[in-house]
Design a protein around this ligand. Structure first.
Ligand SMILES: [Zn+2]
Length: 314
């Protein structure tokens, strides 16, 4: 009950600020547009939908849970690894799982913005039967079916700027992936943020985390993250990003619930819709779920949502 009261107060505060009131410290709200209003969105990552393990029923149960939220989310952002999987299977399997994803997403009662994950890329695995000369090889299928022609993009909503990143780079000389933002995307990102300016609050969405402590938590203090668990050039970007009002980085890929607040930026890993790939909670302690983000004026509130799924076969 306290949480509900506190959330109502939070939303009312946002309404007052959006109306142009001056803050207690004399500053004015960063959001001065009359259109700015409190809003909610959700972040669903690592869905890994597949015909096996009752995953379709699980994903549809998650979608129904999102549709029933009040206040209703304005939109859904997915965090990548939408299907299981495109990396190392043949094209009939790829068509089957993407059709399944499309069919399930028709249940959402609000717009969906998709972020790319490693499992959404066709053939980037030495063992894949889909070779580089195939027209669907690489990221084209994601861009065509889920990305409105792109693998990274940005948009504005309610006075905030959202950037959906493509955190999957190709390892030089191989068909494998390595987590990074490539040079072309970094050049785009710099010009995109330049146009946004230093005041507007910004949210990044990246499949592979910029930062995570999950391996240290799970395996002990001497375990460092592997090369595939964090974006390799996020560190080089960090100082550049500090001059902007980047507030939140939504992350996926490692299937755990985790929040790191470092300086003014929060790095939130939203667990996984699939939990441990539809076999139960990840590491026994991170249940199937997603993140709810409530935004009012230039502040956000985050909570983890559990949609009540129980794995049918473990
Ligand atoms: Zn992943």
């Amino acid at each position: 009950m306290n949480a509900l009261i506190s959330r109502r107060n939070f939303l009312q505060a946002g309404t007052a600020l959006a109306g142009g009131l001056t803050l207690a410290n004399g500053a004015t709200s960063a959001i001065d547009s009359p259109a700015a209003r409190p809003f909610r969105f959700v972040h669903l990552t690592d869905i890994h939908v597949q015909p096996e393990l009752d995953a379709e029923r699980g994903f549809r149960q998650c979608i129904a849970h999102v549709n029933e939220l009040r206040p209703r989310p304005d939109f859904v952002i997915t965090g990548g690894d939408l299907v299981m999987d495109s990396l190392r299977v043949d094209k009939s399997r790829i068509e089957k799982i993407w059709k399944l994803y499309d069919d399930c997403c028709r249940d959402f009662e609000m717009p969906v913005f998709n972020t790319i994950g490693n499992h959404d890329i066709v053939g980037w695995d030495d063992g894949s039967p889909v070779t580089p000369d195939d027209m669907d090889y690489g990221k084209k299928l994601f861009a065509d079916r889920a990305g409105k022609g792109k693998t990274y993009t940005s948009f504005d909503h309610g006075g905030w700027h959202f950037v959906l990143l493509d955190s999957i780079g190709q390892k030089p000389g191989s068909r494998n992936y390595v987590p990074l933002l490539d040079d072309e995307q970094i050049a785009w990102l710099k010009s995109d943020l330049e146009a946004v300016g230093k005041a507007k609050p910004i949210i990044f969405v990246t499949h592979v985390p910029f930062y995570t402590a999950y391996l240290t938590m799970a395996l002990g203090p001497n375990t460092l993250p592997g090369e595939k668990s964090m974006v390799s050039n996020a560190y080089q970007l960090r100082k550049d990003l500090l001059k902007y009002n980047l507030r939140l980085v939504l992350q996926g890929h490692v299937h755990v619930r985790e929040r790191i607040d470092y300086g003014k930026i929060s790095y939130i890993q939203s667990g996984a819709v699939s939990g441990n790939w539809w076999k139960g909670p990840t590491l026994g302690e991170h249940p199937e779920g997603y993140s709810i983000i409530d935004v009012a004026a230039d502040e956000f509130r985050h909570s983890f949502a559990d949609f009540g799924w129980k794995a049918t076969r473990v």
